[in-house]
Design a protein around this ligand. Structure first.
Ligand SMILES: [Zn+2]
Ligand SMILES: [Zn+2]
Length: 361
């Protein structure tokens, strides 16, 4: 059997290639991909050409096509089950893994990532990425069952929703009645609205730009109480008004690239507030005033990726059908349109406003 797969071969260069599907051993499996979510990091990788010679895609949902006896027992799944696959392939032996922080697994060494979507096709059996017909399931794979009645293009949002649960609920320990400010309204900002609401937050305030108007409407549909266009209003003043000067218990920063939101977060947080920094920046943050952290006893939490419990919670939220998630999934593309899929996510295609984009073979 063969599998078609997208291979990144250079900067903005993708090729559709065909690979032999491997024989599956006792501890392994094979996933027939239904949808593979396109991540903001896929877009940066596409533009910069980092990790050349890989099959990108680390947010796949699909059907177990083949499974070894030991893997079936460990993962509690059988042939034909629908599963969502975690990005990371933790080693299980390094210190972060042993301490339960497997999202920080350091076994790959240096700046390499031990994860799907980042392994070279030169490492057998090559099928290490989701933007393909089939993906190999290594013994270290973390697997979550997903109800088959959910449309696959909705189920595939388990990854951004998992981030919303971890970043806006679990990490900052959001409580019933809290005020939560979410800075940024991309797929992870919108998912953070859901994460905050599910924790019982009373007031959720989301920021965006003029170009994000359609995303802010979705934030409201997901339960946001207020939206702020930061090009028209000063978010610190708006939050001061809304909260009668008490400010936010939790601030979740998920903008990509902008540094001003990090500076704002110190003013937006109430005394004793928690700030989650989850948006990657291209530059260092200038004029970071550490005195505000000290005098207000702020807790600043760095967030990288998602953990097992947050994925499980996200999948249960999807299965509950409680939120109009279809509003967030804007585009599905076939494998031979992978290039277009990336450019739509990167906002390079005139007239298209991609939020959650996926590739389906
Ligand atoms: Zn990702
Ligand atoms: Zn490890």
């Amino acid at each position: 059997m063969k599998s078609r797969a997208i291979v990144q071969v250079g900067q903005r260069e993708l090729e559709l290639r065909t690979f032999e599907v491997p024989q599956i051993g006792d501890e392994e499996g094979l996933l027939r991909i239904e949808h593979s979510g396109v991540c903001g990091s896929d877009w940066s990788q596409y533009k910069q050409g980092t990790y050349s010679g890989v099959i990108p895609g680390h947010e796949p949902i699909g059907i177990i096509e083949e499974i070894g006896a030991i893997a079936a027992k460990r993962w509690n799944v059988k042939k034909g089950d629908r599963v969502a696959i975690e990005t990371m392939l933790p080693c299980g032996f390094c210190k972060p893994c042993i301490k339960g922080k497997y999202n920080l697994c350091q076994s790959a060494g240096g700046n390499k990532i031990n994860a799907y979507g980042y392994h070279s096709i030169d490492i057998k059996p090559s099928l290490w990425g989701g933007h393909a017909e089939f993906m190999y399931l290594d013994p270290h794979t973390l697997v979550h069952k997903v109800d088959k009645d959910i449309p696959a293009e909705i189920g595939v949002m388990f990854n951004p929703l998992g981030a919303g649960v971890r970043w806006a609920s679990r990490l900052p320990q959001t409580q019933i009645g809290d005020t939560v400010v979410v800075l940024g309204c991309g797929q992870r900002g919108l998912a953070s609205v859901i994460g905050a609401k599910e924790s019982g937050a009373k007031t959720v305030i989301v920021t965006g730009l003029t170009a994000d108007e359609h995303k802010l409407e979705i934030a409201v549909a997901f339960g946001a109480d207020h939206v702020v266009n930061v090009e028209k209003e000063n978010v610190v003043d708006v939050v001061r008004n809304i909260t009668d000067g008490e400010m936010a218990d939790v601030v979740v920063e998920v903008t990509s690239g902008a540094t001003q939101p990090v500076i704002d977060s110190l003013d937006l947080a109430a005394r004793g507030g928690r700030i989650v920094l989850a948006g990657a920046k291209y530059n260092k943050v200038p004029e970071f005033n550490s005195n505000k952290v000290m005098f207000k006893e702020l807790t600043i939490i760095g967030a990288l990726a998602v953990d097992y419990q947050s994925y499980e919670a996200a999948i249960r939220i999807i299965e509950s059908k409680k939120y109009p998630l279809e509003l967030m999934h804007t585009h599905s593309f076939s494998l031979d349109q992978a290039d277009l899929a990336l450019r739509v996510l990167g906002n390079e295609v005139e007239g298209e406003h991609g939020i959650h984009v996926s590739i389906t073979p």
